[in-house]
Design a protein. Sequence first.
Length: 68
Amino acid sequence: MLEELERVTGEDGVIALINPEEAGLVRVRGWARHDVAPARVKPHDRSIDDFFGPPDPPRVLVTKMKGT
């Protein structure tokens, strides 16, 4: 999948993945890992959590500039 993302991204493009399953592996391929504090979840009707599950805000972002 990573090869295809790199192939179809424009010359000055940036590829970003949020909470990738294998965040450690992308570092080997020249990606930058950015660990962030979880976003605060706005107050909401808890019945939404019953249906969709509890919120799991992104905590890891990995990015790569095309050509690097």
